[in-house]
Design a protein around this ligand. Structure first.
Ligand SMILES: Nc1ncnc2c1ncn2[C@@H]1O[C@H](COP(=O)(O)OP(=O)(O)O)[C@@H](O)[C@H]1O
Ligand SMILES: [Mg+2]
Length: 344
């Protein structure tokens, strides 16, 4: 493996949300402060949104690790569930017995628990990751749970974290009452170029590296292709280190980053007749200009058998998208079981 060659104790760019590698960019720090503030000040609903791979789950894990000892937490990560399943999970996480209880009974048990918490000066938080998948009916149930309050504070804090679709969901007219209760909101932005450099150096340092393994130009390329999304930065950096190791290089430079990015797109570019050199000004994530590079024209003039093969490629592309989605689900499951291993 490349770790030993580069003086690393472990792989620096794995894609599990490991709080040990936490790097607080300005936006990450602000998001964390919003979360902490909403919980500590017992504000009721707190919402954090961000695109896939911006670091939401990583932040949640670090929030849960650092939450005060006077706070009890329920963590919901599987959000394709009914209101009854949600209640059951919340009760179980809070250490309450939910076996055989109907929905109303579970709400009652939770309310009694919250009042006991109030008596013991304890706070209670329900954290929901991937909240964009919750049904409107489930969200409405959450609103009802948040009704319990004293004159100054909510007895239950509810943290909703999700992809930007969560905002659209919360804007539905039927969720108007819930929307009015959201007191703290934050949208997590990707890393800037400078932050991407700091992020890469930070992860390398945590993994034990004492020197810059990426040239400034390589960092620029990674930021350009990954658009500042930490998950993509990790994938590119990992592949680039592997490629540098394979090429006997001591550092990752820009041409290597370009090569790695190109290789990751091979199935969709080469067969479509692309040249092997990408256009550095091309928007990241897009295949290199197809068939000669002047738009859609040449593709239409391709011979019949090539057109058939291109149609097949379209089909394969859809399959790959589906496989990626399945892998993502598996990754979530794995992350969760790792989390359980560490915390339970
Ligand atoms: N602030 C951060 N510090 C360290 N690593 C991060 C940070 N944000 C994201 N990552 C890394 O990026 C990847 C995606 O982060 P994740 O929290 O799963 O994103 P999201 O939940 O928004 O899809 C993870 O591998 C994680 O290790
Ligand atoms: Mg996540």
């Amino acid at each position: 493996m490349y770790t030993r060659t580069f003086g690393l104790r472990e792989k620096p760019f794995t894609i599990s949300p490991n709080p040990r590698f936490l790097f607080l960019s300005r936006h990450h720090l602000e998001a964390l402060e919003h979360l902490r503030y909403g919980i500590q000040e017992r504000m009721g609903f707190v919402v954090v949104t961000g695109e896939v791979g911006t670091g939401k789950t990583t932040l949640l894990r670090s929030l849960l690790e650092s939450i005060s000892s006077e706070t009890d937490t329920a963590f919901v990560f599987n959000t394709r569930i009914t209101a009854k399943q949600l209640l059951k999970q919340i009760l179980t996480d809070l250490g309450l017995d939910a076996a055989g209880l109907e929905k109303d009974e579970m709400v009652e048990a939770l309310n009694e628990f919250l009042l006991r918490q109030l008596g013991a000066s304890r706070n209670t938080v329900v954290v929901i990751d991937e909240a964009q998948n919750l049904g409107a009916e489930v969200l409405e149930e959450l609103r009802l749970l948040s009704n319990l309050e004293t004159s100054q504070a909510k007895l239950l804090q509810i943290v909703l974290v999700g992809q930007p679709e969560l905002n659209a969901l919360l804007n539905l007219p039927k969720l108007r009452q819930l929307r009015q209760r959201i007191t703290v909101m934050y949208h997590l932005q990707p890393l800037s170029l400078e932050e991407t450099g700091e992020y890469i150096r930070h992860r390398l340092r945590v993994a034990g590296s004492e020197r810059d393994l990426f040239t400034p130009e390589a960092v620029q390329g990674i930021h350009y292709y990954a658009r500042g999304f930490p998950r993509l930065v990790n994938i590119l950096c990992d592949r680039a280190l592997l490629a540098a190791y394979a090429d006997d290089k001591t550092q990752v430079d820009r041409p290597l980053v370009d090569e790695v990015q190109r290789e990751m797109e091979v199935p969709f570019t080469e067969t479509a007749g692309a040249t092997s050199t990408p256009d550095p000004s091309a928007p990241p994530g897009l295949p290199v200009a197809a068939a000669g590079g002047n738009g859609t024209g040449p593709l239409l003039a391709l011979p019949e058998d090539l057109q058939t093969r291109l149609r097949k490629l379209d089909g394969i592309e859809d399959d790959v998208k589906e496989i990626r989605a399945t892998l993502k689900n598996l990754e979530n499951l794995l992350n969760f079981s790792l989390w359980v291993d560490r915390n339970v």
